[in-house]
Ligand binder design. Structure first.
Ligand SMILES: Nc1ncnc2c1ncn2[C@@H]1O[C@H](COP(=O)(O)OP(=O)(O)OP(=O)(O)O)[C@@H](O)[C@H]1O
Ligand SMILES: [Mg+2]
Length: 322
């Protein structure tokens, strides 16, 4: 097992209130496994990925839980151990590229830092010519034009699409074992989206990387993953092998989510799911989906359902299967 998350609780605090976002999240990623996370906007997907990499904003508090990565407890690592992991083992493609790049350093310094660290730990001390050539190769992979200018630029001097590709290049260079991809192609124009996805796919296969892919594009999740988790309002509602999840979803939320995505369902038009996410200041005590669920029962309101193992590759948290 490369990554194992258990019973993870994350809150955002402000002076006036606490948002109780992640509510006992669990998740497992094997070496080389490709895992998808789906769920509507505001469910906590980005929060979860940032928690794994320990890059939550300052008001994000991990109140409980365990994250074991490659035999180590991520929540107990020192800053220097974390820095090593971020440079060489876990790469993250952020939904917001500005958040990933350091505004005060030129792209060259940020990219060379990763490359140098990687090559040095592989027993080779690279010359600046080698670093430069490796950068050109990486930028070519992500179809980034004008590499010389990009290297000499600060992040704010680049266009949004260029920044996104620089960030993808850096994430791929630092992802020795695990790639966290949060909506990796949403800020890119369509012509390049497909190329970037193919590149990610190729690297995942070549390097036997594990990947956690977060996306609203369910078709992409279907194509690119082995297993999917459904996250709703900070709770894992269902886990299944990808084909099973899309063909035979069990949780009412998953069923509605998939049915509301027109191209994937045979039901036809997507109507969306009625109602909205709960208020994280005062979330439902039982199943967090209960207020919107067409099959809601009394017990759903008061007590959170536990995990039910339907088969080896299918788990659901819902009283309908109790
Ligand atoms: N720094 C923060 N301070 C306070 N609340 C936050 C902060 N970051 C996120 N939140 C809240 O936490 C909840 C989950 O946000 P998150 O960004 O993890 O959702 P998401 O599933 O990634 O959504 P999307 O699909 O839109 O990217 C939201 O209600 C959001 O407003
Ligand atoms: Mg997000």
């Amino acid at each position: 097992m490369l990554l194992e998350i258990d019973n993870l609780y994350v809150n955002y605090k402000s002076y006036w209130y606490t948002l109780k976002v992640l509510n006992g999240v669990w998740l497992k990623v094997e070496k080389g496994e490709r895992v998808g996370i789906i769920g509507e906007s505001g469910s906590g997907k980005t929060t979860l990925l940032k928690t794994i990499l320990r890059v939550l904003p300052q008001n994000g508090i991990i109140s409980k839980g365990e994250i074991r990565y490659d035999g180590r407890n991520i929540l107990k690592l020192s800053d220097s151990e974390l820095a090593k992991i971020r440079r060489k083992e876990i790469g993250m493609i952020f939904q917001d590229p500005m958040a990933a790049l350091n505004p005060v350093f030129k792209i060259r310094d940020q990219l060379y830092d990763i490359l140098k660290y990687k090559m040095t730990t592989e027993g080779h001390n690279p010359s600046s010519k080698e670093l430069y050539e490796e950068s050109l190769r990486i930028f070519n992979d992500v179809r980034l034009p004008d590499p010389d200018r990009v290297l000499e630029s600060y992040p704010f001097q680049l266009s949004g699409g260029m920044r996104q590709r620089v960030m993808i290049a850096m994430a791929l260079a630092s992802a020795g074992k695990l790639l966290l991809a949060d909506e990796p192609t949403t800020n890119l124009d369509v012509t390049i989206q497909d190329q970037i996805l193919k590149l990610i796919h190729r690297l995942v296969v070549e390097k036997n990387l594990s990947i956690i892919l977060v996306s609203h594009a369910l078709g992409m999740v279907y194509q690119m993953t082995d297993k999917v988790y459904v996250l709703y309002a900070g709770d894992i509602m269902e886990e299944a092998e990808t084909r099973k999840m899309f063909n035979k979803p069990k949780h009412p939320y998953t069923q509605l989510l998939i049915a509301s995505t027109p191209r994937l369902s045979s039901v036809g038009v997507g109507e969306g799911i009625r109602g909205k996410l709960p208020d994280y200041r005062n979330p439902p005590a039982g199943c967090r989906f209960a207020p919107r669920c067409p099959y809601v029962m009394d017990k759903c309101i008061n007590t959170k359902p536990s995990r039910i193992q339907l088969s080896a590759e299918h788990t659901v948290s819902c009283y309908l299967y109790d």
